[in-house]
Design a protein around this ligand. Structure first.
Ligand SMILES: *[C@@H]1O[C@H](CO)[C@@H](O)[C@H](O)[C@H]1NC(C)=O
Ligand SMILES: *[C@@H]1O[C@H](CO)[C@@H](O)[C@H](O)[C@H]1NC(C)=O
Length: 459
């Protein structure tokens, strides 16, 4: 995506003009419509049913929340023809081998950000729905089906979904979770009593704990005081580089240094049976650690490995269908800011008046027709957005560049290409030019930039 800042106003109003008024007035402002359109452009297919020659179902847009009922008739060819009262929606259906192929295309608009100029969206996607049949009557095998889409308007974007918490779709996740089991490994309990002189007395316990339902391994470590009765360890693991996951596994364990009693309480997630029915499990387990100790002067080391822990489920919560891989709604990034409110943040603006490069307008005795030599101007520029992956400003200057003869909008002052630091190849802005009027202290910027935050594959 490359947008020209000055041209943006025009592009933006054409989005608004493209949205039919009827559509705009019919839609209640759905909360987060804009964010959801960019991050999860998709539909839910509900109540999917077919007979020998007719089918019916509802399509719900997950960004606007609006739902439409469709009825379809089998034609003479392979495709079925579907109709609804919603002219923004085009759906095609093809049924064979107990699978229904559904293709969805829709245009919609969101007015949650700026009611006066709604943002127009269009997206397309498809899904294959597994069918369960009795005679000629079939219905979806899932309680609800998800159609993930790719945006075509305002930009071609196929958003990345999150990975979801570790092992959520591992085969057997739900079944094993019903009787939770963990394996403790590399357990090391150290009791260093010190030597009364230099060495300090410390106690520590560490281990790794693997949940057999999802294969998730957490590492736990804590230091404690010899008077402690119960040591609480919060455990961590599974690096989440994207930080876009809606759910994450949490692990809390306790260890009693006198009795060696151990407990674990963990919350984890499974959607291996059906992504339409994700479940959050919380389970606990207890055991007494079979530690083997070796004592040497001032130090006792106790160890054990491969210790099984069986437990039970304390809570089972059904989550929103397909929510496991939905990204967490985040603050506006590059793409959304660029559409909703494109703006730059300028900092450290400086005018360097060097004699060699000119010091302003006030050199008497120069040829009147020659343009006044401007000062060397420099500043930091950064796209104004809430989460900037490339969150550093770019320093630009006109030093070393030559001004173009005329700027935009019939401006008289020269427009200078932005010169970036040596070797710098920024994305926001990717290139720019600017004009600075010393007399009126007006800075104008004309920039091109690139956003890769939603779909690195199509900037
Ligand atoms: C650590 O070792 C000291 C000395 O042997 C002993 O008195 C103390 O009870 C031990 N602490 C634990 C937690 O086992
Ligand atoms: C809407 O988005 C904001 C972040 O922009 C988020 O904090 C909030 O939870 C979202 N609301 C819903 C209902 O998803």
């Amino acid at each position: 995506m490359a947008l020209n800042l000055l041209a943006f106003g025009a592009v933006f109003s054409s989005f608004a003009a493209a949205a039919p008024n009827a559509l705009v007035s019919r839609q209640a402002p759905a909360s987060n419509c804009t964010t959801n359109s960019f991050t999860i452009p998709s539909w839910l297919v509900q109540e999917f049913k077919t007979g020998a020659s007719d089918a019916s179902f509802a399509i719900q847009n997950r960004a606007t929340g609006s739902s439409t009922t469709l009825t379809c008739k089998a034609g003479s060819g392979p495709g079925w023809s579907c109709s609804s009262s919603d002219t923004t929606l085009q759906v095609s259906l093809d049924i064979k081998d107990k699978k229904a192929g559904v293709e969805v295309k829709q245009s919609w608009s969101c007015n949650d950000r700026n009611p006066a100029s709604p943002i127009a969206f269009a997206a397309a996607g498809s899904v294959s729905i597994p069918l369960t049949c009795e005679g000629t009557a079939c219905k979806s095998s899932n309680p609800v089906d998800l159609v993930r889409g790719s945006l075509t308007t305002p930009f071609a974007i196929t958003p990345e979904y999150a990975e979801g918490p570790p092992g959520h779709s591992q085969a057997g996740c739900s079944a094993v979770s019903e009787k939770p089991q963990w394996a403790l490994n590399t357990i090391i309990f150290l009791n260093e009593t010190g030597d009364g002189a230099g060495a300090v007395a410390t106690q520590s316990i560490q281990f790794q704990v693997k949940n057999l339902a999802n294969g998730y391994v957490a590492g736990c470590l804590n230091y404690f005081d010899d008077s402690a009765d119960e040591v609480v360890l919060n455990c961590g693991g599974g690096i989440d580089l994207t930080r876009r996951n809606r759910y994450s596994v949490t692990t809390r364990t306790t260890f009693n240094p006198r009795s060696w009693a151990f407990t674990i309480t963990e919350t984890w997630y499974c959607d291996d049976v059906s992504a339409a029915q994700p479940v959050a499990y919380t389970g606990t387990g207890t055991t007494t650690l079979p530690l083997k100790c070796t004592a040497s002067l001032g130090r006792t080391a106790c160890e054990a490995d491969s210790v099984p822990v069986s437990g039970s489920v304390t809570s089972r919560t059904a989550l929103t269908p397909y929510s496991i891989e939905d990204p967490l709604p985040a603050a506006d990034g590059c793409t959304i800011s660029s559409v909703v409110s494109p703006a730059w943040t300028i900092s450290n603006f400086e005018i360097v008046s060097s004699p060699a490069l000119g010091g302003g307008h006030d050199h008497g005795g120069q040829t009147p027709s020659a343009p006044s030599t401007p000062a060397t101007v420099g500043f930091n520029i950064k796209l104004n957005t809430q989460t900037n992956t490339f969150d550093y400003p770019v320093f630009v200057t006109n030093k070393g560049g030559a001004p173009t003869a005329s700027g935009k909008d019939g401006d008289k002052e020269g427009w200078w290409p932005c010169t970036f630091g040596t070797g710098e190849q920024p994305l926001t802005p990717r290139s720019c030019k600017f004009a600075y009027e010393e007399g009126e202290k007006v800075l104008k910027v004309d920039a091109d930039w690139v956003c890769v935050d939603l779909d690195a594959g199509s900037p």
